[in-house]
Design a protein around this ligand. Structure first.
Ligand code: ARG
Ligand code: ZN
Length: 874
């Protein structure tokens, strides 16, 4: 049941037009589909039968050129409808019956809080009707929706609404036509009782685009931020990529039950409510930023994904990697580029590196898969974006833009491959990217081992960089990759030294992007009068691990002098990691390096520093990152060591923290600006630290902030600080108060769940079980499952890795329970267990046993089967 890229064949038949008619009822839906089919001239398959994909469909009838087919004319295998022989060109009509109201997998057409909605990527369209469900079959869609007018006044699909009217029995219909051919994974349908928010956008060429958001009436006041984000995205894509919107209407719908974040259906983007709805009172700064980024991401897909789409699902990163790169450029332009880079790299190094070093490691362009839903991964998205970013770095902004223009022009309306993308970049720039293509083919995070020597007599600083790419499942003995390696050298007073690669060169730059292509390179820098401190991999110019034996003095030096903001932050992280690691398993009274305290004191007290960067620098490396860096992780020991450092810092810096809190108290009205975000972040970090040391003043500040704040960032930060403190009475009081205040808002209740489930104080197993019994918890809602089960296993690491194995057994139980109802979500939840090899033996044995228990569950879904079997394979 494994599918291989090497077995790709062009489709034997193409579908030029799709005419759909949906009859929506409470007990199911009837789908009438009429396809204009013709043999593909590019295919050498000959006169083979037509094969259509299907899943969970009840077939009512089939007709060819208007003539009903009998049972002998086709074969219905459930997952395939095989019809043949068929003429070279014909019209096929298929009628199916489906039950959206019972669809708990949330793939295809389903119901979410009373409305009908759809999710077709990757292979959900086959749950709606029999169809060649593959992205290289592109068709023009016409969709007629019929439903009860009272219950479903709003009926939406892709494109333009061309006709509407009333029917008998209080029913009505709307007809939608999408002029752009598209793969069926971009089809969408929504029917519900929704309020409409309207706005307009004038394109660069002067066209007026109708912007519409559809949400449940209770969410009517939470649309402004998404709408503003959309307009900024549309403007930005015109300015930076020359991409204008192509339809007359652009619609966004919010639904509560959604497996992923959002979906870029042509002209009708559908969002998880948590990724689109926001108000000052209910959404945090982080949520505001996330919404802006996701709205932009889905909008940008209109070109990178929809106008130019993927030939097959092995090419998923063609649209996802490129679009994540585009949305990260956008976010950098809207806020602080350094902060955005820090956030992206944190995610990459914590989670994608772990994936790349684990049993599910796969290349950015995988060679095989069992279930494509399992490949919507950090590697496809985040590493894929880094790969595009490296092309950007190698080519420079102007050539990159030439390359993207060529790509869009050359492939408009086509379904193409990552190779076509790289080819366009090569053709536009004249650069040879043949070795660079290995980034798409080889899995694993390359390691750069850097060593240096200083020749004081000749004034030469020599840097040697050795590259190795680790083995990953099914891939050994890899070739060296083409790596852009940005660096600078700092002199003793923090000045940037000119980088002379030739002895005589004049006007040498102080920063260079060196290109690594061999296993080993030595670079010589001339005219260096004292031993410099190297600033390596600036701005994280490639998704690699750098090994270099920095001393703590050098880290401290870079932390305060590196002109590269990212590396400044990174030096601080490295120092904190070093200090924490040295305390893992150390005696209780082992000292904490006083230089770390001094460095943090400097950060907190010096208000002339970039406060957004300081806010990031104050965050200690997460437990997840420390685990990722460990050889054989003992999580409770890592947790203790980190907590020890945090408390030590908080005690030593107590008065600075109080001062920092007071200095950053809000002035003026709440706004989501980089400056205000930084102030809130600093203030709330100070608060969290003070509560870790049972500080009475901190407690009072937190209680006051909890009661009086006018925004969710401050309110939930105070809540979290109190929940994670020893003030037990306060903890239950604020939790009760918060729930009472927000119980009618599902997105806030999800945050309330997750604050508890991710807390080592409030989220031990008995409390987790109580949350699962809570009346607001709902197994059918992926957000609720993520906010309790996902938060526990993914963020409450000391509790999850309880030495008695109870956390693992708990997760295995929940995975088995979800496997029948929603296999996609079940397969995602298993992830922490699949990393069992990463942990110290007493842990890993218990994790493995939990995974084996999942493996032995009867009727395991293909989704969970793939993940579990790959994690157990040796
Ligand atoms: N294309 C969507 C996005 O990245 C993701 C949808 C994936 N959905 C899924 N069920 N696998 O924006
Ligand atoms: Zn995407």
């Amino acid at each position: 049941q494994t599918i291989y890229l090497s077995e790709y064949r062009v489709p034997a038949y193409l579908v030029d037009t799709v005419d759909l008619r949906f009859e929506l009822f409470e007990n199911g839906a009837r789908v009438h589909s009429t396809l204009e089919v013709r043999r593909n001239p590019e295919s050498d398959a000959g006169e083979v039968p037509l094969e259509l994909d299907g899943d969970s469909l009840i077939l009512e009838s089939v007709a060819l050129n208007g003539a009903p087919l009998g049972d002998a004319d086709f074969e219905n295998r459930g997952d395939k409808l095989i019809i043949g022989p068929v003429p070279a060109k014909f019209e096929l009509s298929v009628v199916t019956w489906i039950e959206p109201q019972n669809n708990t997998r949330l793939e295809g057409l389903y119901k979410s809080s009373g409305m009908f909605c759809s999710q077709c990527e990757a292979e959900g369209f086959r749950c709606i009707t029999f169809f060649p469900d593959r992205p290289d079959v592109m068709s023009r869609f016409r969709t007629r929706i019929e439903a009860d007018k009272g219950a479903y006044p709003i009926l939406l699909s892709n494109g333009n609404d061309v006709d509407r009217g009333d029917l008998d029995d209080g029913r009505h219909y709307v007809i939608w036509e999408d002029p752009f051919p598209k793969p069926c994974y971009l089809f969408a349908l929504v029917a519900g009782d929704l309020v409409e928010k309207r706005d307009t956008f004038k394109t660069g060429s002067g066209r007026d685009i109708d912007l519409r958001m559809y949400v449940e009436p209770r969410n009517a006041e939470k649309c402004d931020h998404a709408m503003d984000s959309l307009k900024r995205s549309m403007r930005w894509d015109e300015e930076v990529y020359g991409r204008e919107y192509d339809l007359d209407i652009f619609m966004i719908v919010a639904v509560d039950d959604f497996n992923m974040g959002a979906m870029e259906n042509k002209g009708l983007n559908i969002f998880n409510s948590s990724c689109v709805l926001a108000s000052q009172e209910t959404a945090t700064d982080l949520a505001f930023q996330r919404i802006e980024a996701i709205v932009a991401h889905e909008y940008f897909h209109n070109w990178s994904g929809n106008r130019v789409t993927c030939r097959d699902w092995f090419q998923l990163s063609l649209k996802e990697g490129f679009t994540v790169f585009r949305d990260s450029q956008f976010s950098a332009d809207m806020g602080s580029p350094t902060v955005k880079r820090i956030e992206d790299v944190t995610l990459l190094r914590t989670a994608q590196f772990a994936e790349d070093g684990g049993p599910m490691a796969h290349p950015v362009r995988p060679a095989s898969y069992m279930e494509i839903s399992n490949f919507y991964t950090l590697t496809i998205y985040e590493k894929g974006a880094e790969v595009v970013r490296m092309i950007y770095t190698l080519l420079g902004p102007d050539m990159f833009r030439k390359g993207s223009d060529l790509y869009f022009e050359r492939h408009d309306g086509q379904a193409v491959t990552t190779d076509d993308f790289v080819k366009a970049m090569e053709d536009a720039s004249g650069r040879d990217l043949s070795q660079f293509r290995l980034w798409y083919e080889q899995a694993g995070t390359p390691v750069l081992s850097v060593s240096d020597e200083y020749d004081s007599e000749r004034g030469i600083y020599r840097l040697t960089v050795e590259q190795s790419v680790p083995d990953t499942p099914g891939q050994k003995a890899k070739k060296p990759q083409h790596i852009p390696f940005a660096l600078g050298l700092l002199g003793a007073r923090g000045e940037s030294l000119p980088l002379r690669l030739e002895p005589e060169s004049q006007d040498a730059p102080t920063e260079r992007v060196l290109e690594l292509t061999d296993t080993c390179h030595t670079f010589e820098f001339h005219g260096i009068n004292e031993r410099p401190v190297p600033s390596l991999l600036r701005d994280f110019s490639a998704p690699v691990r750098v090994r270099y034996s920095w001393t703590r003095e050098q880290m401290l030096f870079l932390m305060s002098h590196d002109p590269d903001g990212f590396n400044r932050w990174d030096a601080g992280q490295r120092l904190a990691v070093d200090v924490i690691q040295s305390l893992v398993g150390a005696p209780k009274d082992a000292p904490v390096d006083a230089r770390l305290v001094a460095a943090y004191r400097q950060l907190i007290s010096d208000s002339s520093l970039d406060q957004a960067l300081v806010a990031k620098m104050l965050q200690l490396p997460s437990e997840a990152y420390l685990i990722e860096l460990a050889e054989s992780a003992d999580v409770p020991a890592i947790h203790k060591a980190r907590e020890r450092v945090l408390k030590h810092l908080a005690i030593a810096l107590r008065s600075e923290l109080v001062a920092c809190y007071r200095r950053n108290l809000e002035e003026g009205a709440y706004q989501v600006t980089p400056d205000q975000i930084a102030r809130r972040s600093l203030r709330n970090t100070a608060l969290a630290w003070l509560l870790q040391i049972n500080d009475e003043e901190g407690r009072e500040l937190a209680l006051r902030q909890f009661k009086e704040s006018d925004n969710m960032t401050d309110r939930i930060s105070a809540l979290r600080a109190l929940v994670n403190s020893d003030y037990e009475a306060d903890r239950s009081e604020v939790l009760t108060d918060f729930y009472a205040r927000f119980q009618d808002d599902p997105q806030v209740v999800e945050q309330w769940f997750s604050v508890q489930a991710s807390s080592d104080r409030a989220g031990q197993l008995p409390e987790i079980h109580a949350l699962l019994e809570h009346k607001a918890f709902d197994w059918k809602n992926p957000n609720k499952v993520r906010s309790v089960v996902g938060a526990f296993a993914g963020q409450n690491l000391a509790a999850f890795h309880n030495p008695d194995g109870s956390g693992y057994d708990f997760l295995a139980d929940q995975v088995c329970r979800l496997d029948d109802s929603n296999p996609q979500i079940a397969a995602r939840l298993v992830t922490p267990l699949t990393r069992w090899r990463k942990f110290a033996p007493s842990y890993s044995n218990r994790m493995k046993a939990a995974i084996e228990r999942i493996r032995d569950k009867p009727d395991l879904s293909r989704d969970v089967y793939e993940v579990v079997h790959k994690s157990l394979a040796d």
